[in-house]
Design a protein around this ligand. Structure first.
Ligand code: NDP
Length: 287
């Protein structure tokens, strides 16, 4: 019987906690099997206190690489031999590649967001964009859009724990890319409305509207929606957030964060294998 695992199979997987709900093992193992790649992907429940040790073991076992999720995305940077430009700018790593014993960190979350926006007909190059939130998902999306030629990104966050980080993100984008970035208070509705009026894409990268708080919206004023605006949510549970519903009622195109997840995985797969993930197969079997 062929188990698909042999004496030469290489190991990889996901480090973080919790991980048991993750779609990544299905996504990668189906892809490895479909393309005949002798790799396997498992989910490991790892907290920050065990991270360094686990990374050492994976290197010793000649793992091809691994993904990293909460709460380890920042802490893992201390355990690596090199960090890509986008991961450095975002300040977090979600994918590690073993290049001849050297572990190099990347961040594919932003690529996932940009790919999924493009699939939905969004143009990033030369565009003006308003992005709500300044946490991990927001930083990844903002940096990747800036690297891919967005003209202006208006980041909006409430004045709270993330405000300083949001200011640093804006400074990094302005310094490292040709994109102009600025920061607005999410609660200053008139300033925010003006930014949205000039934008062709509005992205919610806050967790507001996610289950179980599905009645919540980060943007209670629906008069800001205009017909030239695409409204995108990084949330995928629920599949249609209140923000998306209200934007659609005002004639906007919308999409959720489901395929951001798929495309961040596809970008990681490419880094590990040099091959293209069979995304249509994964869409059909996993999503
Ligand atoms: P973080 O905790 O890093 O950031 C959360 C962001 O939401 C912060 O900007 C935070 O602001 C803001 N926020 C939270 N509560 C409120 C509130 N009541 N009012 C205004 N702003 C608020 O989380 P992540 O960036 O990792 O995740 C954000 C969302 O993105 C989650 O819903 C997550 O599921 C989703 N996500 C989707 C992915 C995908 O593949 N589709 C990938 C990663 C995340 P403050 O600091 O002020 O609290």
């Amino acid at each position: 019987m062929d188990y698909g695992i042999s004496g030469t199979t290489r190991l990889g997987g996901l480090l973080g906690s919790p991980v048991s709900h993750s779609l990544s093992p299905a996504m990668h193992n189906i892809s490895f099997q479909a393309l005949g790649i002798d790799f396997v992907y498992l989910a490991f429940n790892v907290t920050e206190d065990k991270l360094r040790e686990t990374v050492h073991v994976l290197r010793d076992l000649n793992a091809y690489g691994f993904n990293v999720t909460m709460p380890c995305k920042k802490a893992v940077m201390e355990c690596l031999d090199g960090i890509s430009k986008e991961a450095e700018m975002i300040g977090a790593v979600n994918t590690v590649v073993n290049r001849d014993g050297k572990l190099i960190g990347y961040n594919t979350d932003g690529i996932g967001y940009v790919e999924s926006a493009r699939e939905n007909g969004v143009r990033i190059e030369g565009s003006e964009i308003t992005l709500l939130g300044a946490g991990g998902a927001a930083a990844a999306a903002a940096v990747q859009m800036a690297l891919e030629g967005a003209a202006k990104i208006h980041i909006a966050n409430r004045r709270s724990r993330s405000w300083r980080a949001a200011q640093m993100l804006v400074d990094t984008i302005s310094r490292e890319t040709s994109c102009e970035a600025d920061l607005t208070d999410l609660e200053d509705l008139s300033a925010l409305a003006e930014k949205i009026a000039h934008s062709s894409l509005l992205t919610n990268a806050t967790s507001v509207g996610m289950i179980p708080d599905t009645d919540a919206t980060p943007l209670p004023d629906t008069s800001v929606f205009h017909k030239g605006l695409t409204v995108s949510d990084v949330i995928y549970e629920p599949a249609r957030t209140r923000l998306m519903r209200e934007a659609e009622e005002c004639g906007c195109r919308t999409h959720n964060g489901m395929y951001m997840l798929l495309h961040q995985g596809a970008a990681a797969f490419r880094l590990w294998t040099g091959r293209k993930m069979p995304v249509e197969l994964i869409r059909e079997k996993v999503f």
